[in-house]
Design a binder for this molecule. Structure first.
Ligand SMILES: *Cc1c(COP(=O)(O)O)cnc(C)c1O
Length: 379
């Protein structure tokens, strides 16, 4: 069944790094200043220009979510609404603050948080809602903000999938309460590891700037001036969650290349949509790829299709696949007796993610579709 045309496995996701990224890292190594300094300052400035408001860089997307929550006072005794169908990072970031992640069901079509379900889970302890922009899509974001306003909640967006996506013609991150991105190795742009929080809330922003450097007050300002604080005060619990110059140097090159990345990801998704839309046993996500830059491309298989057989077939044909995601309320740490989230539980076994990354060619995407259709129809 292997078509011979592709000599190695078609990967589900990967980083795409060119000479420019390698040169940028070498330059940092030569300067021998690896910590948080000029490169991070420059990356933050470029991100702030990209979003049109303040961005703060941290060590990972998970750290961005945790610090964003803590900067608005979320902690022990508080609850945060979050869709169950997300990477465990969203849940761990919430529980790291001492707060309780409250798993909510998702909408069947888009897999975004179901606000009607979330409404049932409100308590006097609910402090925030964390919408997750699944695949880069966030079509119910206005409704999420209205919901938050109605119930006096803060909104911390998990926009790890949505770097470059637009909503009502505005960039994700350019508006909204606190918006968190990830630059891990497989995201729309990477800094190897990294993340950022974007917000207009200057007190939250200052809190995150200090918290990422062990809570040392104004240490960011000293480091960006090429100094360090020796005589300082600490008032809050902090973490060692700052970004290093090496990571920022990679991120800066990737940001400069980002429109090329965005266009190609959109092209792949449109190719998949075009080749799969008439396949009766496949459900597509209703996403407009002129606005959304997809981080992943997930499909829903008809419940009669044997997913295990189909993924086995794809794998032996050299195509890696994934599942986004195992519902978090199935995990031992987040299980709650008696809790069922029927839509997520129904959809989860049918979810299949196809390869999506900058180095995937359109003919490889076509090959993936052909193998997939063959596998489904021979099943
Ligand atoms: C990648 C990701 C994160 C976490 O980002 P890291 O940089 O890997 O810590 C959080 N949420 C979602 C949905 C993600 O895909």
């Amino acid at each position: 069944m292997r078509h011979g045309m592709f000599t190695s496995m078609i990967r589900l996701s990967k980083s795409s790094l060119g000479q420019a990224e390698k040169q940028a890292v070498l330059k940092v190594l030569e300067i021998e200043y690896l910590g948080m300094g000029d490169e991070v300052k420059a990356f933050e400035e470029q991100l702030s220009t990209f979003f049109g408001r303040t961005a703060v860089c941290v060590s990972t997307g998970t750290a961005a979510l945790q610090l964003a929550l803590q900067s608005i006072g979320v902690g022990v005794g508080d609850e945060v609404l979050v869709p169950t169908l997300t990477y465990v990072a969203s849940f761990q970031a919430i529980s790291a603050t001492g707060a309780l992640p409250v798993a909510c069901d998702v909408l069947e079509s888009s897999l975004l948080i179901d606000l009607n379900d979330a409404r049932k889970r409100l308590t006097p302890r609910t402090k925030a809602i964390m919408p997750v922009h699944y695949a880069g899509n966030c079509e119910n974001l206005d409704a999420t903000h209205a919901f938050a306003q109605e119930f006096n909640l803060r909104v911390v967006e998990d926009a790890a999938h949505a770097f470059g996506s637009r909503y009502h013609n505005r960039k994700i991150g350019s508006f909204g309460d606190l918006v968190c991105f990830s630059f891990d190795g497989i995201k729309n742009i990477t800094s190897a590891e990294g993340g950022c929080v974007v917000s207009n809330d200057q007190s939250a922003v200052q809190n995150i700037r200090d918290a990422r450097l062990l809570g040392v007050i104004n240490d960011t300002e000293s480091r960006y001036a090429g100094k360090r604080s020796w005589d300082f005060d600490v008032c809050n619990q902090g973490w060692r969650y700052h970004m290093s110059n090496i990571n920022a140097a990679i991120g800066r090159v990737q940001l400069a290349r980002s429109s090329e990345f965005f266009r190609h990801r959109q092209c792949i998704a449109k190719t998949y949509d075009r080749l799969l839309k008439d396949e009766k046993k496949i459900g597509l996500l209703p996403i407009n790829y002129n606005d959304v830059v997809p981080h992943i491309y997930a499909i829903k298989l008809d419940s009669a299709v044997d997913k295990h057989a189909v993924t086995g077939n794809l794998n032996t044909s050299g195509v890696q696949t994934g599942t986004h995601y195992l519902p978090n309320h199935y995990l031992s740490l987040y299980k709650k007796s008696g809790l069922t989230l029927p839509v997520a539980e129904k959809i989860y076994p049918t979810l299949l993610t196809l390869p999506m990354h900058f180095d995937l060619s359109l003919s490889e995407a076509e090959y993936v579709c052909n193998v997939l259709k063959e596998a489904i129809n021979s099943d």
